[in-house]
Ligand binder design. Structure first.
Ligand code: ADP
Length: 161
């Protein structure tokens, strides 16, 4: 039985993240979507909101669970007995950053193997950051996130939540 951890800020979870979770869930017995508290990044959504949105987004995938964490990812992975860490790679945005992080993580926990899944062509240019910017300017964001996330984003940028 292999447990994998898919960590991120998920501020908020997008269809690109969900696509990676669906594909990773097919490869491992259990996938934990680990939502990092990330106070240093000043997320738009609270940790509770991000976890709830992520839970709703993956509710139909039986071997996926969502959990918050506030420590080093490698330490949280150790606690969960996860053997694999999953990350999504977009064409230009992610490689260098992920490579650096992988080197560091490997030093911190050499037993944790990293698997990167290539982002789906449809979601290559989708990021939570761009999405938040589009939403704040009233853009149509429905194709990029599940309906409940689109609603939450609209409410959040209009100060209704
Ligand atoms: P972080 O703050 O750790 O980068 P994110 O929530 O932005 O957290 O991303 C979590 C993971 O999902 C990262 O591996 C990131 O590269 C990946 N990711 C982000 N957006 C997409 C996307 N559109 N398609 C596939 N993977 C993505």
């Amino acid at each position: 039985m292999t447990t994998a951890i898919y960590s991120g800020t998920f501020d908020p979870i997008t269809n690109g993240h969900i696509d990676i979770a669906i594909r990773a869930a097919r490869l491992f017995s259990e996938l934990i979507v680990a939502v990092y508290e990330a106070p240093n990044k000043h997320p738009l959504f609270t940790i509770h909101e991000r976890v709830e949105m992520a839970k709703k987004a993956v509710v139909n995938i039986p071997n996926v669970n969502v959990q918050p964490f506030a420590e080093l990812t490698v330490d949280f992975a150790r606690k969960l007995n996860a053997q694999v860490m999953v990350r999504g790679l977009r064409m230009s945005a992610d490689f260098e950053m992920e490579f650096d992080m992988a080197m560091m993580n490997n030093k911190l926990n050499p037993k944790l193997e990293l698997i990167c899944l290539m982002a789906n062509a449809e979601y290559q240019f989708l990021s939570s950051t761009l999405l938040k910017e589009a939403a704040s300017l009233g853009g149509a964001i429905n194709g990029f996130v599940p309906a409940h996330v689109a609603d939450a984003l609209r409410r959040k940028v209009n100060n209704e939540m």
